[in-house]
Write a protein that binds this ligand. Structure first.
Ligand code: PBG
Length: 326
C-alpha cells in the first residue's frame, strides 16, 4: 500500500512544521555593519543602500542602543577617512576613524562584540588594498602595514580583527603582530575566501574605496573557482585564523557548503552590499516581499553551513525574528 511517500504529513500545521524545521536563524547569528565617517553630527543615508547610514562618532549612540536592544551581539566597523595617502596612514593612526569609533563603542557598550575590518583600500589614494609600486600591488610590503593596522585596532579595543585585503600571508603577519603586542587572545576572522565580485558596488560608493586604476582581480578570487577557495581557506587555517569568512554569500552558497565540509572553524557568510541593494530595489517597487525574501536568503546561508551572517539586513531581520517565523 506504500506506493508513494506522503511527505505532506509533516507539513500540515505550523506546529509540526516548526518541530521538523532543520535550520533556525537566531538573532545571535547576526553581525551588523557600521560605516563611520569623520566630522560631527553626521547621519546620512547611503544612496544605493536605503536604511544604511554613515555615522560620525558622536552620532553612534542611538544606532548602537537600537542594535543592543534588538539583541544583535556584534558589529563590524568600516571607516571612511577624510584623508588618504599612498600608504593608507589613517588606517593605523591612533586617531584614525576606526580607532576612535571602536573606543567610543566599547565605552558605551563594553559587552558588544566589536569587529574591525582590516584593509587599506578606504585609506589609500589609489584605492587598492595594499602598497602599489609601478602599478603592481606589492604583497609583502603590504603585510607590515596590515599588521600595524590590526594592532592599532586591537589597542583601541577591537574584540576581533577581520582582515579583508587578500594579500598572501596576511593571517600569519597579523597573528604575529598581535601576539608581539600582547594581544594573543584577540581572534582573527579572516576574509579567507573573497571573490572579485561585482556585488561590492554599493559598498565602494559608501566607503569611497573604488580602485582608481585597474581592478582587484590580481588579489581577489576568480568567481569561477571553487577548488581555489579550499586552498585559500586551508592556508588561513594553517596561519592561525580563528573564523573563516566566505564573501559574497548569495552567488557562493556552494562555497559556504564546501568550506563547511572541509573545515571545523566557525564560518561567517557576508551578505554583501549588492545583494542588499537588489533586494531593497525590488522591494521598493513592490516586486518582491522583502521580509520573506530576506529571511529566505539568510536561512539559506545558514542551511549552506554558515554559523554567522554579516548582513545589512541585520536590524530588520532581528525585528522579524522577534515576531516569529511561520
Ligand atoms: C574592503 C572591503 C570591501 C567590502 C568589504 N571590505 C570592498 C572591496 O573589496 O572592494 C565589500 C562589502 C560589501 O559589498 O558589502 N576590501
Amino acid at each position: 500500500m506504500n506506493s508513494f511517500r506522503r511527505h505532506r504529513r509533516l507539513r500540515q500545521s505550523g506546529a509540526i512544521r516548526s518541530m521538523v524545521r532543520e535550520t533556525r536563524l537566531d538573532v545571535t547569528d547576526l553581525i551588523a555593519p557600521l560605516f563611520v565617517v569623520e566630522g560631527e553630527n553626521v547621519r546620512e543615508e547611503v544612496p544605493s543602500m536605503p536604511g544604511v547610514f554613515h555615522f560620525s562618532v558622536d552620532r553612534l549612540e542611538e544606532e548602537l542602543s537600537e542594535l543592543v536592544d534588538l539583541g544583535i551581539p556584534a558589529v563590524i566597523v568600516f571607516g571612511v577617512p577624510s584623508k588618504k595617502d599612498a600608504v593608507g596612514s589613517e588606517a593605523y593612526s591612533e586617531q584614525g576613524i576606526v580607532q576612535r569609533a571602536v573606543r567610543r563603542i566599547k565605552e558605551l557598550h563594553p559587552d558588544l562584540c566589536v569587529i574591525a575590518d582590516t584593509c587599506l583600500c578606504q585609506y589609500t589614494d589609489h584605492g587598492h588594498c595594499g602598497v602599489v609600486k609601478d602599478g603592481v600591488i606589492v604583497n609583502d610590503e603590504s603585510l607590515e602595514l596590515l599588521a600595524r593596522t590590526a594592532v592599532s585596532q586591537a589597542r583601541a579595543g577591537a574584540d576581533i580583527i577581520a582582515p579583508s585585503n587578500m594579500m598572501d600571508g596576511f593571517v600569519r603577519a597579523i597573528r604575529q603582530g598581535l601576539d608581539e603586542a600582547g594581544f594573543e587572545y584577540t581572534p582573527i576572522l579572516s576574509y579567507a575566501v573573497k571573490y572579485a565580485s561585482s556585488f561590492y558596488g554599493p559598498f565602494r560608493e559608501a566607503a569611497h574605496s573604488a580602485p582608481q586604476f585597474g581592478d582587484r582581480r590580481s588579489y581577489q578570487m576568480d568567481p569561477a573557482n571553487a577548488r581555489e577557495a579550499l586552498r585559500e581557506a586551508a592556508s588561513d587555517v594553517e596561519e592561525g585564523a580563528d573564523l573563516l569568512m566566505v564573501k559574497p554569500g548569495l552567488a557562493y552558497m556552494d562555497i559556504i557548503c564546501r568550506v563547511r565540509e572541509r573545515f571545523d572553524l566557525p564560518i561567517v557568510a557576508y551578505n554583501v552590499s549588492g545583494e542588499y541593494a537588489m533586494v531593497k530595489a525590488a522591494a521598493e517597487r513592490g516586486w518582491i516581499d522583502e521580509r520573506g525574501v530576506v529571511m529566505e536568503l539568510l536561512t539559506g546561508m545558514k542551511r549552506a553551513g554558515a554559523d554567522l551572517i554579516l548582513t545589512y539586513h541585520a536590524k530588520d531581520a532581528a525585528r522579524w525574528l522577534r515576531g516569529g517565523i511561520d
